[in-house]
Design a protein around this ligand. Structure first.
Ligand SMILES: Cc1cc2nc3c(=O)[nH]c(=O)nc-3n(C[C@H](O)[C@H](O)[C@H](O)COP(=O)(O)O)c2cc1C
Length: 186
């Protein structure tokens, strides 16, 4: 039986992907009750796209990947979150999660959310054979490999995990989750 959620907060993990990063930031900053977990790579990528200040101004609680044991995952054991969103999810983080590796803050929150039976929504960047994406200052076309596509498919097969493949699907999964929580809380 899934655990009953106690506290109404989203945990949102950002990874080092430029793909739809701005769109994810805009969307998450419009949500109430969200904590952000940053990968070390996204901290660099946020600077490259000049988004750091925008996120800082939003006054959202943020956890950085600065400890070997991923200390902030303790939040998940205290039932502080009803849902984990990993968006955008790099091919690196997706591959590690699929392999059961948890050696970064984001891969740890994915593993611990799973072990605590907390629903997860993942927006994997590499789900199509051709992706047109913004690099800092220019658009680029990349061709995800079969291994990237396979890992994206597999992450959607994890327990209580919803795979989304574009911003519309991500928004709709998050809004459905909020609706479901409101209905079960009322
Ligand atoms: C400007 C920039 C944009 C990037 N965009 C992507 C991306 O869209 N998808 C991806 O899988 N990796 C992307 N990367 C590479 C990741 O940041 C890199 O694989 C990193 O190790 C991922 O670490 P993380 O998964 O812990 O965040 C990008 C890197 C840079 C510098």
């Amino acid at each position: 039986m899934p655990r009953k959620h106690k506290k109404i907060r989203f945990a949102w993990a950002l990874t080092g992907s430029g793909h739809d990063l701005e769109e994810c930031l805009e969307f998450l900053m419009g949500l109430e009750d969200v904590d952000v977990f940053l990968s070390r790579a996204v901290e660099e990528v946020l600077v490259m796209y000049k988004y750091t200040e925008r996120l800082r101004r939003a006054k959202i609680r943020m956890f950085r990947d600065s400890t070997a044991s991923a200390v902030p995952v303790g939040q998940f054991y205290e039932n502080n979150y009803h849902t984990l969103v990993v968006a955008p999810a790099t091919s690196n983080t997706v591959a590690k999660c699929v392999a059961g590796i948890s050696d970064t803050l984001v891969t740890n929150v994915f593993a611990q959310a799973g072990k605590c039976q907390i629903p997860i929504i993942v927006y994997a960047c590499d789900t199509k054979p051709v992706v047109i994406t913004p690099a800092p200052g220019q658009m680029v076309t990349v061709y995800p490999r079969e291994i990237d596509l396979e890992c994206s498919r597999k992450i959607g097969e994890f327990e209580s995990t919803t795979l989304t493949t574009n911003m519309d699907e991500l928004k709709s999964a998050v809004l459905n989750r909020i609706k479901c929580l409101n209905e079960s809380c009322s």
